[in-house]
Design a protein around this ligand. Structure first.
Ligand code: PRP
Ligand code: ZN
Ligand code: MG
Length: 224
């Protein structure tokens, strides 16, 4: 890993985790110079900077040592671990569960479809952005089904006829209702995590991580 004297934290540029993640760092006493919609935010007090990126890119950025830590959902972390080619990559660890961004990765079927159990998915096509997590669940259930990988708008796949079921994130359930789908299985429970390498860098960044963890633990304790 290239030595660096500033800590770099990756977080979602725009999405559900963006605001709570930035709030958390603000409550930890970190302040940043650039506006929130910029890609790079320079830490003013402590040498801790932010990189604002697509959430799906966060695990890879940490694994490649480009960023030291990240705030990302367990769904994204686990999907990365199941699907990325890991040559030269650092092993990742869940440093803290952050208690926000709670959601689940679930299977859903059209309202009118009969569903008594996982066996009813055999031979069907399931649309998802999480082929790794869905594939693992199907293997565990001993079910063979087709997996149709889509980058987004997974919920319209049954209406388009490209799949009979979907496997996607559910938070309020509003998206499923709006698309006449019903949730039938939970594949993964997720929340925002502080993610880092299993082994901390041996330079100043290691101390900065410890400072950050201590402050995060303080903020989480106050909230509980
Ligand atoms: C997720 C998911 C659904 C929606 C579910 O998408 O793909 O579209 O949230 O939430 P609900 O149960 O509260 O309706 P997200 O907003 O994370 O964006 P993405 O699909 O672009 O990843
Ligand atoms: Zn995403
Ligand atoms: Mg969506």
């Amino acid at each position: 890993m290239r030595p660096r004297d500033r800590l770099r934290i990756a977080m979602q540029k725009s999405g559900r985790l963006t605001e709570p993640a930035q709030d958390l760092l603000t409550r930890c006493g970190f302040t940043f110079r650039q506006s929130r919609d910029k890609l790079f935010c320079f830490g003013e007090g402590e040498p801790v900077d932010l990189l604002l990126v697509r959430d799906d890119d966060i695990p890879g950025l940490i694994a490649q040592g480009v960023c030291d830590l990240g705030i990302v959902g367990r769904n994204v972390l686990n999907e990365y671990e199941l699907t990325a080619g890991r040559e030269n990559d650092l092993a990742l660890a869940e440093w803290r569960g952050l208690g926000f961004g709670r959601c689940r990765l679930s299977l859903a079927v059209p309202q009118e479809m009969d569903y008594a159990g996982a066996a009813d998915l055999a031979g069907r096509r399931i649309a998802t952005s999480y082929p790794g997590l869905l594939g693992r669940w199907l293997r565990e259930q001993g079910i063979e089904a087709g997996v149709v990988t889509l980058a987004g708008s997974v919920e319209i796949a049954p209406r388009l006829g490209t799949a009979e079921a979907i496997c996607d994130l559910v938070q309020s359930g509003g998206t499923l209702v709006a698309n006449q789908l019903r949730e039938v299985e939970v594949v993964l429970d997720s929340e925002a995590l502080l993610v880092g390498p299993q082994v901390l860098p041996a330079d100043e960044r290691g101390d900065l991580v410890e400072l950050l963890l201590k402050r995060i633990d303080g903020v989480i304790q106050v909230r509980e």
